[in-house]
Design a binder for this molecule. Structure first.
Ligand code: ATP
Length: 310
């Protein structure tokens, strides 16, 4: 097995501008490797270049320059093998309305040249929860069912790498949980490498081992989710005081703020100050505590810090 499921080197994409529009540099020389067996999140603001990158991996957009290897196969030198190694669940619900779920999977398997004996349509339908709709017309399927069918279609040729473009955009909580559990299962039981784009940072935080952040066509961060979260060592101790003190306490390295709900927020850097030190400041100010809780940075804070500073 290759160590990296995906290896991208100096990838550039420039879209030609139409009718007097300037050309658009959607990717400016991206280098990115994605380890085999990981669940990898690709994040970025609108228009950052995520779909362009995914569509290049899927063979739907032609790169301007650079190199892409999928499962060790160079996209230019081994187009057939590199295409066979990847399955893509697109964002749009573009299904042929005249095919049943089983029919759609069979057609997809045919397109990928999967021999009949190796097709696993029923198993896939079972997995994505569409077994009872196997022979229904696609046009009678709900939005959530269509999305699950698209996941099924991405799996027919048993790719080593599964790419999901905004898999849970606009879906309800129940379906989101189901998709998450499907994705985790594919990753854990079959060792499938999963790459997903998402606008839900909590989804990336919950699902992804590693994360890359793209902004304006450039890769601006790439690290394990825990390291990215560790970059933000600001913590806040929120105290609900029995009564509000006349003057707010102060101490080096601690910012104290009175919140509208009558609590006091003590923000500090956890690498420099301990919660115990904060509590001793509270005590010496003779503030009696009714309740206390802590808050710490999440991926949203990291994302905003990285993407707004450029
Ligand atoms: N076919 C195209 N022709 C011209 N410009 C394009 C084309 N496709 C994308 N772009 C431009 O390239 C840039 C990157 O777009 P892309 O769709 O890759 O971003 P994205 O990160 O996927 O955004 P979103 O989160 O909104 O889906 C944008 O400025 C977009 O307007």
């Amino acid at each position: 097995m290759t160590q990296n499921a995906i290896e991208i080197t100096a990838l550039q994409k420039t879209y030609r501008g139409g009718r007097g529009e300037p050309e658009k540099h959607a990717l400016n020389g991206v280098d990115l490797s994605i380890p085999a067996g990981s669940i990898f999140g690709l994040l970025g603001p609108n228009g950052a270049g995520k779909s362009t990158l995914i569509n290049i991996l899927a063979g739907l957009v032609i790169k301007t320059s650079g190199n892409v290897k999928i499962w060790g196969f160079d996209q230019d030198q081994n187009p057939r093998q590199s295409r066979a190694a990847i399955g893509v669940m697109p964002q749009e619900l573009n299904l042929d309305p005249f095919f049943s779920p089983r029919g759609a999977l069979e057609v997809q398997a045919g397109l990928y040249g999967v021999p009949r004996a190796q097709r696993r349509s029923d198993e896939i339908l079972e997995m994505v929860g569409l077994a009872d709709k196997a022979d229904a017309y696609a046009r009678t399927l709900s939005g959530g069912m269509r999305r699950r069918l698209l996941l099924g279609k991405a799996l027919v040729h048993q790719p080593q790498v599964l790419v999901l473009d905004e898999p849970t955009a606009g879906v309800d909580i129940e379906l989101r949980q189901m998709l998450w559990s499907n994705i985790r299962k594919l990753n854990q039981d079959r060792g499938m490498t999963v790459i997903l784009t998402t606008h839900y940072l909590e989804e990336a935080e919950e699902m992804c081992d590693e994360i890359a952040i793209i902004n304006q066509g450039n890769l601006i961060a790439r690290d394990s989710t825990s390291n990215l979260l560790g970059q933000m060592d600001a913590k806040t101790l929120v105290i609900d005081p029995v009564s509000m003190p006349q003057t707010l306490p102060s101490a080096d390295g601690i910012t104290v703020e009175q919140r509208a709900n009558g609590t006091l927020a003590f923000t500090y850097q956890s690498t420099k100050t301990t919660a115990e030190e904060v509590l001793s400041v509270v005590q010496s100010a003779q503030i009696h505590i009714r309740d206390v809780k802590t808050e710490q940075a999440d991926l949203e804070d990291v994302f905003l810090k990285l993407t707004s500073s450029r």
